[in-house]
Structure formats: structure tokens, C-alpha cells
Design a protein around this ligand. Structure first.
Ligand SMILES: *[C@@H]1O[C@H](CO)[C@@H](O)[C@H](O)[C@H]1NC(C)=O
Length: 186
């Protein structure tokens, strides 16, 4: 296995020169970002995001930077090369189901030299359905109406739970305050 990797490393130079996530995902209608890093010395080379073609080619470049333009935006896609960190970020916005698939982030080399690249699988999940927001009424408990106290154990007593919780929080705050005060004095 190790020998195989070594062989592959020798035969396919640059295979691991660009690194990044193997899978990224986003929601339909949302966006996702992919960070890919490259080796020192390739700062000024174009960085690209493409659909893989055969062998070391791209079927089509989706977006590519140039030495003069380290940040490029093209409709739903953008790519931003941080040359200090030797890292470029690809962003896909307005995701559609059709965007799912395999992509390549890479560094474009000179002619006749294989691009350095990394495969990234993009998964597009259905947009999360907004479940009805959990009802969180402000629930300022009304003071008990005089003379008509709800009997203990009735559902009405649940109304005072927030008050009790609030008191507990206050007690906790007071205690931690005391501890802090004591430790500052000590
Ligand atoms: C590159 O990354 C460094 C460190 O995070 C940051 O300070 C700098 O602003 C970034 N440059 C660009 C062009 O984004």
C-alpha cells in the first residue's frame, strides 16, 4: 500500500500538491465555500474551479484567477486567492440540485505541465423546511388575581415556572458574584 502510494506519488507528480476537503455540502438556494491550499511558489499562478475532464484536464473552467486578478467573481461563483496563506476559497451561491457533483480545485501550470489539482465532491441537500417556530411567548406571568389563587397542582401553576427559573438564575448570579467578590478580596 505504501509502495503503491509512493509509486503514484512519483508517477503523478503534483497529485497531492493541492489540498482541500473531499466533500462539501450546502442547501438548495444556499451557498458553500471550499478552501484549497497550494504549495509555496505557486502564489502567482492561476487558481481554478472546474468540472473534471479526462486525465489531467478540465472539461470546463468554471472560474479561474490570474496573476493580476487574485479575486474573481462570475455570476454565482467567486474565487479568492490568499497568497499570504497560499490558500484560495471558492464560493458557490444560489445552489441548485444540478450543482451537485464532482469538481476540481487546482493550480494551473504552464503548458505541457499537468495542473496541480484536488477533487471535491459537492452535495446539495434540499432546503430545510422551516418548522413552525417553537412558540416562545414572552410569558410575563400575570400576578395572581387576588382571592382567586389557582389550586396547587392545577395546570395554572405551570405559569409560574418562568418566575422560578428567573429566581434561580438570580440566585446563581448572586452566588457567583459572591464567589468572585471573595476571590478578589482574598
Ligand atoms: C489572507 O489571510 C491573512 C491571514 O488570515 C489575512 O490577514 C489577509 O487579510 C488575507 N488576505 C486576503 C487578500 O484575503
Amino acid at each position: 500500500m505504501g509502495l503503491l502510494l509512493l509509486l503514484a506519488g512519483v508517477l503523478l507528480p503534483g497529485c497531492w500538491a493541492v489540498r482541500g476537503p473531499s466533500t462539501v455540502w450546502g442547501y438548495v438556494g444556499g451557498s458553500l465555500s471550499v478552501k484549497c491550499t497550494y504549495r509555496a511558489g505557486h502564489e502567482m499562478k492561476p487558481k481554478f474551479w472546474c468540472y473534471p475532464g479526462t486525465l489531467y484536464t478540465c472539461a470546463a473552467y468554471i472560474i479561474i484567477t490570474s496573476s493580476l486578478q487574485p479575486a474573481v467573481q462570475r455570476d454565482r461563483f467567486s474565487i479568492r486567492d490568499n497568497r499570504t496563506r497560499q490558500e484560495f476559497t471558492v464560493t458557490m451561491e444560489g445552489l441548485a440540485e444540478g450543482d451537485a457533483g464532482t469538481y476540481v480545485c487546482g493550480v494551473r501550470m504552464r503548458a505541457f505541465k499537468a495542473d496541480e489539482r484536488h477533487f471535491v465532491k459537492v452535495i446539495v441537500a434540499p432546503a430545510p423546511t422551516l418548522s413552525p417556530a417553537p412558540a416562545l411567548p414572552p410569558s410575563i406571568p400575570r400576578p395572581p388575581a387576588t382571592g382567586t389563587d389557582a389550586p396547587r397542582g392545577s395546570p395554572g401553576s405551570f405559569r409560574y415556572f418562568p418566575v422560578l427559573a428567573g429566581l434561580q438564575v438570580l440566585a446563581l448570579l448572586a452566588m457567583s458574584g459572591a464567589v468572585l467578590w471573595a476571590s478578589l478580596r482574598g
